[in-house]
Design a protein around this ligand. Sequence first.
Ligand SMILES: Cc1cc2nc3c(=O)[nH]c(=O)nc-3n(C[C@H](O)[C@H](O)[C@H](O)COP(=O)(O)O)c2cc1C
Length: 229
Amino acid sequence: MRIVAINGSPKGKTSNTHAMVKAFLKGAQEAGAETANVLLAEKQIEHCKGCHVCWTKGPGQCVISDDMLQVLSLLGGADIIIFASPVYFANISGMLKVFMDRMTMIGGPQPVEKPTKERENTDAPGVQVPKLMMLSSCGHPTASEFDVTSLWIHRVAQKMHMELIGEIYAAQGKFLTAPPELLQPVISDYLQLLEKAGKDIATDKKLSVTTEKLLEQAKDGFDSAARGI
Ligand SMILES: Cc1cc2nc3c(=O)[nH]c(=O)nc-3n(C[C@H](O)[C@H](O)[C@H](O)COP(=O)(O)O)c2cc1C
């Protein structure tokens, strides 16, 4: 089992999203998974120029020379790809979106309703299509801040014919990296829960019902979780 996380927070290793990814991957490793954690903040990834050379000349053919091919090589052989991002203006970060646009290099954004012949081929037996997960943190204590991200990742999964096996969202993300006294037990419980989520995914390729239910609480923020609401 190989799990690769792509973190689109410009804050890199100091990001709240990184705290989530790190705990999740720790659990996955403990359950025997091989993991890679890509911080886009440490990579040079240019904007897609929209020239369509990768569509006409073939997968992997891009006119831009940057770190994209190196990151794609890390994705090679992945069983599960995790996209991780802070919420920026109700959406994923620009950094993650820029990366996603460049993913057209390996598979164009197909229409959701009408799969093309090529897409059907990737569904052929023996062709490994990674499964997908989304992790995100936001600032406000409101689960609806993740609505656009959730819609986006569902569309990405449909367009790339990948199965979306989990979404983990934590509101009030700042507490993950700087917990005040009151919230420390809640945050450390939450990080352990993320480890459990990583173990679930590495073992069963899905979150257990209990894990999913407990993770739901953090979507509304940690102060409500601390009050036991
Ligand atoms: C440009 C920008 C836009 C943001 N927009 C939102 C937003 O729309 N809703 C929200 O709840 N938080 C918003 N936030 C707060 C971040 O989502 C939050 O602090 C998150 O935990 C940061 O994660 P990171 O440390 O991984 O980058 C925004 C932050 C920035 C810098």
